[in-house]
Ligand binder design. Structure first.
Ligand code: GRF
Length: 218
């Protein structure tokens, strides 16, 4: 089957900033290596550079500005409406920097992924590179996980370890982690688009088997 004839999964990508992960998805899809149709890119920040990346690729770029809503529930409801207008089979969080309500997360149960710059369960939350350096870990990395109501706590689908090198600072470490994200995230999204990756009873399943992820606390 040619790439053009392959069925493509409709996805919506949520961003807050630069959108380098978004760009890798746009590029992989354009090369025919990722069977997805990016129906929309939605940002909670109007100035997010990723919106420009979307426009350049001819993808609808939508702003749902969290500052325009009285609270988290109202924002999430508006965000949900904006997403569902595009009927995605998968919602991809790619540097989306908002905490989501349990109701929102439940609505996308089993069809929302996130990329997090640490070897989860280590270093949930923000500022992971600085915290990893301060903790003196020898290995840092990236995790892709299904999103559940627990912040950065959903079932991990894939991880990549990045060695911490002598002389690393948060920026140099972040650069190497991001390079790994750019390879790992499209791969995981391809699994999902191909129907190989599912969430079953709070476990990530690949080809019907629980995924084997790296042990992070060894
Ligand atoms: C990534 O490092 C991701 O792990 C974190 O936010 C960053 C987003 O980068 N959640 P970009 O906007 O995709 O360039």
């Amino acid at each position: 089957m040619s790439a053009a004839a392959q069925p493509r999964l409709p996805i919506v990508v949520l961003i807050s900033g630069n959108g380098s992960n978004l760009q890798t998805l746009i590029d992989a899809a354009a090369r025919g290596e990722l069977p997805v149709d990016i129906r929309a890119v939605i940002s909670n920040r109007p100035a997010a550079y990723g919106l420009e990346r979307a426009r350049r690729a001819g993808i609808p770029a939508v702003v749902v500005n969290h500052g325009g809503y009285p609270g988290r529930a109202a924002f999430d409801a508006a965000l949900q409406r904006a997403i569902d207008a595009h009927q995605p089979g998968l919602v991809v969080l790619a540097g989306f920097m908002r905490i989501l309500t349990p109701e929102f997360v439940a609505h996308y149960h089993g069809r929302m992924l996130n990329v997090h710059p640490s070897l989860l369960p280590a270093f949930r939350g923000l500022d992971t590179h600085r915290r990893a350096l301060e903790a003196g870990v020898k290995e840092h990395g990236v995790s892709i996980h299904f999103v559940t109501a627990e912040l950065d706590g959903g079932p991990v689908v894939a991880q990549e370890k990045i060695p911490v090198l002598p002389g690393d600072d948060a920026e140099s470490l972040a650069q190497r982690v991001q390079a790994a994200e750019h390879i790992l995230y499209p791969r995981v999204i391809r699994w999902f688009a191909e129907g190989r990756l599912t969430l079953r009873e709070n476990r990530a399943m690949l080809d019907g088997e629980p995924v084997k992820v790296l042990a992070t606390n060894e």
